[in-house]
Write a new protein. Structure first.
Length: 199
């Protein structure tokens, strides 16, 4: 056996067609609109990029007699899918997404110019967003990369910082939640273009 013919890099003619490029857009949509992307709604303009992460914990079960980890003795013990979106576009709806359980009313009445946002320390099922998707451009094709988290809810602090000669950015970390009716299904999906489609 000779190893001399092996390449020392991974570049092929298809490589450039498989770069995910640019910032992408963050969408939200109901389960009923899953198969109707024309009904998906953009959450708002972003700046500084966005991210899609599947945090996972895999436990290697220990057994007497094994000096290390053993093939076939691993199990998934925790999965947290996350989309972090950096919104430069603000709105009352954006604040309501960042603060689960919050509500908004006209202030001081329906003829006013403001919405008053408050919260009563309770998260309702209606506060979960059925699907949140980060849609990114795949170089060389019009078909996008789509990373979806299910039953999304904002985690962490809501913070807006104002800076001289700059614009505020609201970073929201959305995390997916398991559906109690389908606990065996992880709350995320990745849609990636087939090779050779629409290139």
């Amino acid at each position: 056996m000779s190893l001399s013919g092996l390449k020392t890099h991974g570049i092929t003619r298809e490589t450039v067609k498989n770069f995910i490029i640019d910032a992408g857009a963050v969408y939200y949509f109901s389960d009923e609109d899953y198969n109707s992307p024309e009904n998906w709604k953009i959450m708002g303009a972003t700046r500084g990029g966005n991210s899609f992460t599947i945090e996972q914990e895999i436990r290697a079960m220990e057994v007497d007699g094994a000096m290390g980890k053993v093939k076939g003795m691993d199990r998934i013990t925790n999965v947290i899918p996350t989309i972090v979106a950096n919104f430069i576009e603000m709105s009352p709806d954006q604040f309501l997404r960042a603060l689960p359980g919050a509500s908004a009313v006209d202030f001081p009445n329906e003829d006013s110019t403001h919405r008053k946002i408050t919260r009563a320390l309770e998260i309702a099922l209606s506060d979960y967003i059925d699907n949140i998707a980060l849609v990114g451009r795949v170089n060389g094709t019009t078909q996008p990369f789509v990373g979806i988290i299910k039953n999304g809810l904002a985690e962490g602090n809501m913070e807006i910082t104002t800076t001289h000669k700059d614009e505020s950015v609201l970073a929201i970390t959305f995390q997916g939640r398991f559906d109690p009716d389908t606990l065996e299904e992880e709350p995320w999906e990745i849609l990636y273009p087939k090779q050779g489609i629409d290139y």
